[in-house]
Ligand binder design. Structure first.
Ligand code: MV4
Length: 549
């Protein structure tokens, strides 16, 4: 929809022809006929035409929905929550100014129903949608439909999401710049014999990756040439069944990498900056458990080089909004671009601590068309932040998912401690969604201080009713490999499973077990359900150490 409007600015009368949906000016003329569109000093007028956001619908649940709403409230923006039937009593529902039930518990019938969400936006006069992470956050089709409905998608363009969603398209785009990539094919494998010749020249082991995969999904390791055909067959058929796209490519397999990612922010005016790195190597089955910023393995020189590469990757797809460029770094500190995540990430708070920048606020300002008000040189790292993810999983028993209610739930507090969660004492952890209970983040002047704060905060955290990954997180904080910084993506298998517990069974079986347990608990009578009260573990033995002198 095109519109014209007259603007008075600095004693000038201007006529702007602009596209209402995007707020973009197509033509800007002085009242007496000059074409002013080429005058960069008029960007302030350009900006003033962008719609300001008064109401945001958060298309997500749990901690991230709350985290987004908190910033919205600080910006005097109204919030709308959507929730599934399983989340009726959730904190994000109570925090929002308005809330709408969008369907039954399964995500496919609720949080993934983009059509329903857009309809609600129209009915409730919503200006913008924040997708959070997961669910619809990297769905290009949803981003496109939001825009077509005249709403603002608080995130990148649908085209950027699409390019980065295809790992082959992403490599292709990034190929326009001088960005280091793991040796391998730059396009989809079409000729198996040709691919085998390449694999032999790169050297085994190699990885076959699905173009539509990412985050560790759709990867296959090939250790020897004689497994190549079999693994290729499997990779292609898995890619077809999981993603509906059988394109795969091959890469040299870096066996002990560090996972380092760079946070970027880009505005609608072509400015892109990076907010340094996050170290995310400590993960289990591609699920991150401990993240920190900055990384002990990144020198100022590497940081600068990696940051520039990340900005170039973002530029290669005309990126705006918040995004993360993922790299792996080998033992010799060579780094390679892997993929770009076109969303706000779970671990974004560590970057917020070390830069002092509220990433959600920046996302909203960017979506309003405002220019970034800082330059790369203005950004510095101050202190050190560590995040641990508290999952309802039994880390002392093969990380089996645990279900149940939070019988005791007392958060740690104090200087440099942040807890992002969506639960309260007494609440049931729904089985339908990610089992993350909370993110615990600590901030200190340096890595030692942040680590010590983390141990203190973990010890203060009182959770009973479900088993959690807190003991594992404490184990990590105290482990010499973590303390020294000499760890990679194999940390858990190298130091934890072998040192502690029996090997876990298949994840699908775990999920099934969790489901059956939940069903059994539902059918149990309330009296049978109640468990004897468990004394929460306290950090002090004060009861036994009171003195009468
Ligand atoms: C790799 C790799 C080694 N070599 N690519 C996993 C997540 C996805 N973004 C890509 N991943 C990997 N790609 C090559 N050529 C090792 C991993 C990897 C990994 C990467 C980051 C964090 C954790 C990981 C755990 C296992 C494997």
């Amino acid at each position: 929809m095109l519109d014209k409007c007259k603007i008075k600015k600095n004693n000038l009368t201007l006529i702007a022809t602009y596209d209402q949906a995007s707020g973009k000016i197509l033509k800007l003329q002085k009242y007496n006929g000059y074409n002013l569109a080429l005058f960069p000093q008029l960007t302030t007028i350009y900006i003033s035409l962008m719609p300001s956001i008064k109401k945001i619908l958060v298309a997500n649940r749990g901690e991230i929905a709350l985290r987004i709403m908190r910033t919205a409230r600080e910006m005097n923006i109204m919030t709308v929550a959507v929730y599934s039937e399983a989340d009726r009593t959730s904190l994000h529902v109570r925090y929002a100014d308005e809330a709408v039930c969008i369907g039954p518990a399964p995500s496919s019938e609720s949080y993934l129903r983009g059509d329903k969400i857009i309809k609600i936006c129209k009915e409730l006069n919503v200006d913008a949608v924040h997708p959070g992470y997961g669910f619809l956050s990297e769905n290009a089709d949803f981003a496109r439909k939001v825009k077509e409905a005249g709403l603002i998608f608080i995130g990148p363009s649908a085209d950027s999401i699409e390019i980065m969603g295809s790992k082959i398209a992403a490599k292709h785009a990034a190929g326009k710049y001088n960005i280091p990539m793991v040796p391998g094919t730059s396009s989809a494998v079409t000729d198996i014999e040709e691919a085998k010749i390449l694999a032999a020249s790169i050297g085994y082991p190699i990885l076959i990756k699905a173009s539509a995969g990412g985050g560790g999904k759709g990867m296959r390791i090939v250790n020897h040439a004689d497994e190549f055909d079999e693994q290729m067959d499997r990779a292609v058929s898995e890619a077809i069944s999981s993603f509906g796209d059988g394109s795969v490519f091959i890469e040299k397999y870096i066996t002990s990498p560090k996972h380092i990612e760079i946070q970027v922010l880009g505005d609608h005016h072509g400015k892109i900056v990076h907010l340094f790195e996050r170290e995310c190597s400590i993960q289990r089955r591609h699920q991150k458990v401990v993240e920190e910023a900055p990384s002990v393995s990144v020198t100022p020189e590497i940081r600068d080089a990696m940051g520039k590469c990340a900005v170039d990757v973002a530029r290669s797809c005309g990126y705006y909004g918040a995004g993360t460029v993922e790299f792996i770094m080998d033992e010799d500190r060579n780094f390679y671009f892997l993929e770009m995540n076109t969303r706000l990430q779970v671990e974004h708070p560590v970057t917020e601590f070390i830069t002092g920048i509220d990433l959600v606020k920046q996302m909203i300002l960017i979506a309003e068309g405002k220019p970034l008000l800082f330059n790369q040189e203005d950004l510095t790292i101050k202190g050190h932040a560590i995040e641990v993810r508290v999952y309802a999983e039994d880390s002392k028993n093969g990380f089996l998912p645990d279900v149940g209610a939070l019988r005791t739930y007392v958060r740690p507090q104090g200087n440099g401690v942040r807890v992002d969660d969506g639960f309260e004492q007494g609440m049931e952890i729904p089985i339908y969604y990610d089992p993350m209970i909370a993110k615990l983040i600590t901030y200190g002047a340096d890595r030692d201080e942040a680590t010590m704060k983390m141990v203190r905060a973990i010890d203060e955290y009182q959770i009973t009713g479900v088993q959690t990954t807190l003991p594992f997180c404490r184990f990590v904080m105290k482990h010499p490999a973590f303390v020294s910084g000499e760890f990679d993506t194999n940390f858990v298998s190298k130091h934890y499973l072998t040192e502690n517990v029996k090997q876990e069974s298949d994840q699908d079986i775990n999920k099934l077990a969790a489901y059956i347990t939940a069903r059994l608990m539902e059918s149990a009578k309330p009296s049978e359900q109640s468990v004897p009260f468990a004394e929460p573990t306290a950090i002090s033995k004060w009861r036994t150490r009171r003195h009468i002198l």
